[in-house]
Design a protein. Structure first.
Length: 123
C-alpha cells in the first residue's frame, strides 16, 4: 500500500472499460487509494473524475503513466511540478530519458505494472 496515503495520479486515463488505465483506476479505488486522473476526454471512472486538462493536484505521491514515451514529453514539466515521490512506468511506457531526469531530481522512476503491484499488495 501507498505508505503516506498521498494521491495516485493516473496520467493517460481512458474512459474505455477495456483499457489498463481504466482497470488501474478501478483497482486503486477498490484498495481505498485516493485517486485523481487526467486523460484526453473528461468523464468518470469508478467515481473518479477524469480531467481533460492538467490540474494542479496537491499531495500526489505516485504518478502512474499510461502514455507512450513520445506522448510523455509534453507532460515532463507538469509531472515534475507535482513533486511526486515516484513515477510508475507501466509496460509500454518505458522512457530512459525521462526516467533519468526524474532520478536526477530524487524521484523514484519505477518500471512496473500498477495492476500487478496492486494485486500482490506491493503498491
Amino acid at each position: 500500500m501507498n505508505q503516506n496515503n498521498g494521491k495516485t495520479l493516473v496520467l493517460g486515463a481512458s474512459l474505455k472499460p477495456n483499457r489498463y488505465s481504466y482497470y488501474a483506476i478501478e483497482r486503486l479505488v477498490d484498495k481505498g487509494e485516493p485517486v485523481v486522473a487526467v486523460g484526453l476526454r473528461p468523464g468518470e471512472v469508478a467515481g473518479v473524475e477524469v480531467a481533460a486538462t492538467l490540474m494542479p493536484f496537491e499531495g500526489v505521491d505516485t504518478v502512474t503513466l499510461y502514455l507512450n514515451p513520445e506522448r510523455q514529453k509534453q507532460y515532463y514539466d507538469y509531472i515534475i511540478g507535482l513533486k511526486p515521490r515516484r513515477v510508475i512506468f507501466n509496460p509500454g511506457t518505458e522512457n530512459p530519458e525521462f526516467e533519468n531526469k526524474l532520478r536526477s531530481l530524487g524521484i523514484l522512476a519505477d518500471r512496473a505494472c500498477t495492476l500487478v503491484l496492486l494485486s500482490t499488495d506491493q503498491y
